[in-house]
Design a protein around this ligand. Structure first.
Ligand SMILES: O=C([C@H](O)CO)[C@H](O)[C@H](O)COP(=O)(O)O
Length: 213
């Protein structure tokens, strides 16, 4: 089970400082959509240059022109790129093909998908590397989460790895670990904590140990 740190509400220098604090506990650094919108793909490059031993995910949430977008992300050092589950199937296929060509991986983000089981089954057949259930920041504020969705997709996905994002922190981590996703994505649960290193260390420890707190 891998741990991905999602960096959203910071600029490049702040992102580098944050990753330095917690790098020993994480597997993947996500350059979140807000950073990419603010700084561009140079944020992905800056983190990959600084931390070549970590995987870097470009949270581009691609919806069209997938081969071009994935290829640009790869050129800038991304190991993984996100595409939205609502993208048309030819777009998903193009993303998967381009990623394969470049030796990279595609994470399909299920944010806002209503029938997660049906779409997850299709995405699995389309060759997604990861299928990620996700409650975005705005819907978290409405009290939603993706815990049930994770269980739901795990029962139909055969080839892809599964991931979960959205409001995961130490307090709700046991329930997530119990559902056994391949990847746990944590943003505010680390980046928003006063002691980021301690939060990351505790999350990692719990993941390594299993469920019982
Ligand atoms: O993808 C994300 C969101 O849509 C903003 O781009 C976040 O990275 C993801 O939700 C994880 O962050 P937290 O919910 O703060 O853990």
């Amino acid at each position: 089970m891998k741990l991905q740190l999602a960096l959203d509400l910071v600029n490049i220098p702040e992102a580098i400082e944050l990753v330095k604090e917690v790098e020993e506990y994480i597997d993947i650094v996500e350059i979140g959509t807000p950073i990419i919108n603010l700084e561009g793909l140079k944020a992905v490059k800056a983190i990959k240059d600084e931390f070549p031993h970590l995987e870097v995910l470009a949270d581009m949430k691609v919806i069209d022109a997938a081969a071009y977008e994935v290829s640009n992300a790869a050129k800038n050092g991304a190991d993984l790129v996100t595409i939205l589950a609502q993208a048309d199937n030819p777009t998903i296929k193009a993303a998967v093909e381009e990623a394969k060509k470049q030796g990279k991986q595609i994470v399909v983000d299920m944010i806002s998908v209503k029938d997660v089981q049906t779409r997850a089954k299709e995405l699995d057949e389309l060759g997604a590397d990861y299928i990620a259930v996700h409650t975005g920041l705005d819907m978290q504020a409405e009290g939603q989460d993706s815990f049930e969705d994770l269980r739901s997709i795990k029962s139909v996905v055969k080839n892809a790895k599964t991931a979960i994002a959205g409001g995961i922190k130490l307090e709700n981590l046991p329930g997530v670990i119990e559902a056994q996703p391949d990847l746990i994505i944590v943003g505010g649960g680390i980046a928003g904590q006063e002691n980021k290193k301690e939060a990351a260390a505790k999350i990692r420890q719990l993941m390594n140990e299993g469920v019982n707190l």
